[in-house]
Unconditional design. Structure first.
Length: 317
């Protein structure tokens, strides 16, 4: 019963024939077992206040109800907009946030024991705005430039043959970083704070040159004929691995002075061994987007790499 009441609900509210009680949360079960009578469960659904549509991915933060407002638990709404949080039975502050919506804050009394305290919320959408712009280089307009907002769950658009792009239904009153990317040109970033109903107009100039620190997704791909079952190239924040506890096999940080992203051959969970974060039994290839190298009189390519193949379980691993 304890495992069921602390499980992360993956389906309709409560136990069902598809997901059962949900995904096990061992930590929540252990905490509740140690002081079962004092802990309770906070559960609810997050929806759009206008359309009543579910809002999966909403961030739920539970804070102590005292003046310290210390975080007690955090949860993400699942694909059905459902969340569960284990809370020490008391009055708590619940904050719910989702991109494009005003945050919702309320005080809730969470009943201790096996009782589930239901706390459904409806978030109010922020007003929207639009962005119209053109992208060009010194020689003329640029087509096929990818334009989107960094870290925002909004679809990207591409400039047409006249270099024009248009982004509609962009949340207003929220700082956003617009990014324009076209491999073979240097990326352009612009910070915007749109006002409700505004149509912001941008004129962006991109300089030629290949420069990529992988903080932006500029379209690199893996080879279609890669054979390695594990360890294929991926973009991410590297997790360090060690040999003998002291010799670095995969660095914890990428080479960039600013940022965290690089391409690496398999990322493991923190604390995992080096043999769980490498290439095995095949090849993997990283391919850049196509760019025009004929425009350079004397092109020179430089890059940083970290390579290790002498600390594994077998030769050249």
């Amino acid at each position: 019963m304890l495992l069921e009441t602390t499980a992360y609900d993956l389906g309709e509210r409560g136990k069902d024939n598809v997901y059962g009680a949900g995904r096990l949360d061992i930590q929540a079960a252990l905490v509740k077992a140690l002081d079962r009578a004092s802990w309770g469960t906070l559960s609810g659904t997050v929806r759009d206040a206008v359309t009543d549509l579910l809002l999966p991915g909403s961030l739920v933060t539970v804070l102590s109800g005292d003046t310290l407002l210390a975080p007690i638990d955090t949860a993400r709404a699942n694909h059905l907009g459902r969340y569960n949080a284990s809370v020490f039975g008391q009055s708590v502050e619940v904050r719910i946030e989702a991109f494009g919506y005003y945050p919702d804050t309320s005080i809730v009394w969470v009943a201790p024991g096996d009782t589930v305290t239901v706390h459904d919320r409806w978030l109010v959408p922020r007003p929207s705005a639009s962005v119209y712009g053109v992208v060009h280089e010194l020689a003329g307009m640029l087509a096929d430039v990818k334009v989107d907002f960094r870290g925002a769950p909004l679809s990207a658009v591409f400039t047409d043959t006249a270099g024009v792009f248009f982004l509609a239904a962009v949340p207003a009153e929220v700082p956003l970083v617009l990014q324009a990317v076209r491999f073979g040109h240097q990326p352009v970033l612009d910070t915007l704070l749109l006002q409700p109903g505004e149509v912001d107009t941008l004129d962006l100039t991109m300089l030629r040159g290949v420069a990529d620190d992988f903080e932006l997704d500029q379209g690199w791909t893996r080879g279609q004929e890669d054979t390695a079952p594990v360890g294929r190239w991926e973009r991410g924040d590297p997790v360090g691995t060690w040999h003998g506890g002291t010799f670095p096999v995969q660095p914890e940080n990428d080479n960039s002075l600013v940022g965290t992203q690089c391409y690496l051959t398999m990322n493991c969970n923190p604390g995992a061994g080096k043999d769980l974060s490498d290439i095995d039994a095949g090849t993997t290839t990283l391919v850049s987007p196509v760019f025009d190298g004929t425009i350079y009189a004397a092109p020179r390519l430089t890059y940083y790499r970290w390579y290790s193949n002498n600390t594994g379980l077998s030769t050249n691993d």
